[in-house]
Design a protein around this ligand. Structure first.
Ligand code: A2P
Length: 341
């Protein structure tokens, strides 16, 4: 870091998009994890300037994001969308900040490390000012799979997501609440944030579809980002991403095929000691990962660990996971990256 901070002094940290769904959780994670910082700056649009947000018992004013906002900032945590990141992250780097970016703007850039601290913390060292935080579905899918992959390389994955509203921001969460109220009261409701009615419905992920292959952007993020984070571009991956009317935790069904035979018991043992992961797998009570249990918690819940009986070779396993989209899927992972810095 080159913002002129004396050696040993705690960094000045800025949160860009501080008023958003992820921004609020970034502030909470910094507080709960006692992140060693000397000053917290909160940045958002002009609409929010003058508001305050609580941090360590104080009310911190929200400032309007401007081109020179990053003077004296050591670490800038960005979560205000790709357009804001593309425009302001390079300016922050010029002003001496290290950027941890939660958008997809730089994730596929070969010069930008894409980091899940439980998987590839060593790649941070190569950063040139920007470190990318992966897509939420990617993080939640692959954090439990990494220790399996290290012991018995994964060759193929089929990923089916059940994604919460939070991934589309605070306004989408509000639209889910409002449309559910309207539905129950028999009132008409016109969605404005998401493309389809959300209450008591689900729909294919609202990102652009590639006309060539028919996959949407969210689905292709899981493919490309898994390749980059695992350092294994030969894993065959297909994803289907769907939004379900859940507020803030993604659930994901994953079928994966390993190089050699593998049993559910082996996978359970490996996952049981994996960092950032908790096994919730109780067939007797039919109790498995659920978004209600994952919401507000750090670990990714893993269960329904069983043979994929569609592969008679014994090399394939099916699991079901749930993780808080705003925490491990976004804010927590970003703060963990900042801790590594
Ligand atoms: P604001 O609340 O002032 O609009 P979410 O992902 O929940 O939708 O949140 C998006 C975050 O990005 C919010 O904090 C929002 O601030 C911020 N944001 C959106 N547009 C801008 C902008 N033009 N400049 C700075 N921050 C922005």
């Amino acid at each position: 870091m080159s913002s002129g901070r004396p050696a040993g002094a705690s960094p000045v940290v800025a949160v860009v998009g501080a008023t958003g769904a992820v921004g609020i959780e970034l502030i909470r994670c910094l507080e709960e994890r006692r992140f060693p910082l000397s000053k917290l700056r909160l940045l958002a649009s002009a609409r929010s300037a003058g508001k305050t947000l609580p941090f360590r018992g104080q009310e911190i004013p929200v400032e309007e994001l401007k081109e020179d906002s990053f003077r004296g900032v050591d670490i800038a945590l960005f979560s205000a969308g790709g357009g804001i990141s593309r425009r302001y992250a390079p300016l922050a780097v010029e002003q001496g900040s290290v950027v941890v970016d939660n958008s997809s703007a730089f994730r596929r850039d070969p010069g930008v490390p894409l980091v899940v601290p439980e998987i590839n913390p060593q790649t941070i060292k190569s950063h040139q000012g920007i470190i990318a935080n992966p897509n939420c579905s990617t993080i939640i899918s692959i954090t439990p799979l990494w220790p399996v992959h290290r012991r018995n390389p994964i060759r193929r994955m089929i990923v089916s997501t059940y994604q919460a509203a939070s991934g589309a921001g605070a306004a989408a969460m509000e639209e889910l609440r409002e449309s559910t109220r309207a539905y129950l009261e028999g009132r008409p409701f016109q969605p404005t944030v998401l493309p389809h009615p959300y209450a008591f419905n689900l729909f294919s992920h609202n990102s652009k579809i590639d006309p060539e292959n028919g996959y949407n952007e969210e689905e292709m993020k899981v493919v490309h980002e898994t390749h980059k984070i695992f350092g294994a571009s030969d894993i065959r991956i297909a994803a289907t991403c769907v939004r379900v009317p859940v507020l803030r935790a993604h659930s994901i069904a994953i079928n994966f095929e390993c190089e050699r035979r593998i049993t559910p018991a082996e996978v359970r043992d490996i996952v049981a000691t994996a960092p950032g992961v908790k096994v919730v797998d109780d067939p007797e009570r039919n109790y498995f990962p659920m978004p209600k249990d994952a919401s507000g918690g750090d670990p990714i819940l893993v269960g329904r660990i069983r043979r994929d009986i569609s592969d008679p070779s014994g090399r394939s396993i099916a699991i079901f996971v749930a993780g808080d989209q705003l925490l491990k899927g976004a804010a927590l992972n970003a703060v963990q990256i900042a801790e590594l810095l």
